[in-house]
Ligand binder design. Structure first.
Ligand SMILES: NC(=O)c1ccc[n+]([C@@H]2O[C@H](COP(=O)([O-])OP(=O)(O)OC[C@H]3O[C@@H](n4cnc5c(N)ncnc54)[C@H](OP(=O)(O)O)[C@@H]3O)[C@@H](O)[C@H]2O)c1
Length: 172
């Protein structure tokens, strides 16, 4: 059975996007995102796909959109819903990462076994905010921290949350 993971970066006040982009430039955080997702399937909303401007290399890319007029490269699939996107991943990859945005994170969380959450140490203004998910029942480890430097205007910490026990709604 395919394993569902979420991966996102949020500010302390849960901002994840501004004007269709990330509200920050944090090269080491983006490198972590690429490392973790590489070789897996990635499911994203249409706006998130447009932000990336291309598919993620080394991943099976699926874009969720209600529009069947969306034009995509041959190696990127469209799905009309999250369940349809997940059904396209069966037998394609061991892990499926939901990489945004807000409504897909919300819908996928009850089915997820794992969440990579980066907390960017700042309160930031934007137009896209993720829910404050409750991980108190999950097992959490701190994966990485990075301070402010010439390339990183904000410090950040990466957490990996894993479900502590099997609960209803999980896919395994
Ligand atoms: N910080 C992070 O980790 C992170 C991660 C991802 C994105 N972001 C940011 O978040 C913003 C984009 O996120 P967003 O939440 O606004 O948009 P989004 O979820 O990426 O895209 C929304 C669109 O996706 C499609 N969609 C979403 N859920 C669907 C569903 N259940 N069924 C069918 N179609 C569905 C619809 O496309 P159609 O309109 O074509 O039907 C919808 O209009 C950007 O600023 C991006 O940079 C940040």
């Amino acid at each position: 059975m395919v394993k569902i993971s979420l991966i996102y970066a949020r500010s302390e006040n849960h901002c994840i996007g501004r004007d269709g982009q990330l509200p920050w430039k944090l090269p080491e955080e983006y490198a972590h995102f690429l490392r973790v997702t590489r070789g897996n399937a990635v499911i994203m909303g249409r706006r998130t796909y447009e932000e990336n401007n291309s598919e993620l290399q080394g991943c099976r890319n699926i874009v969720v959109s209600r529009s069947d007029k969306l034009v995509l490269p041959a190696n990127v699939s469209r799905a009309g819903s999250l369940p349809e996107a997940l059904s396209l991943c069966v037998d394609l990859a061991d892990k499926v990462f939901v990489i945004g945005g807000v409504s897909l994170y919300r819908e996928a969380l009850p089915k997820a076994q794992e969440v990579y959450e980066t907390v960017v140490m700042a309160d930031l203004e934007g137009d896209t905010y993720i829910d404050a998910f409750d991980f108190t029942e999950w097992t959490t480890e701190q994966v990485k921290t990075h301070g402010v430097d010439a390339s990183h205007a904000f410090a950040f910490t990466v957490f990996r949350h894993r479900r502590s026990r099997v609960t209803a709604g999980q896919s395994e």
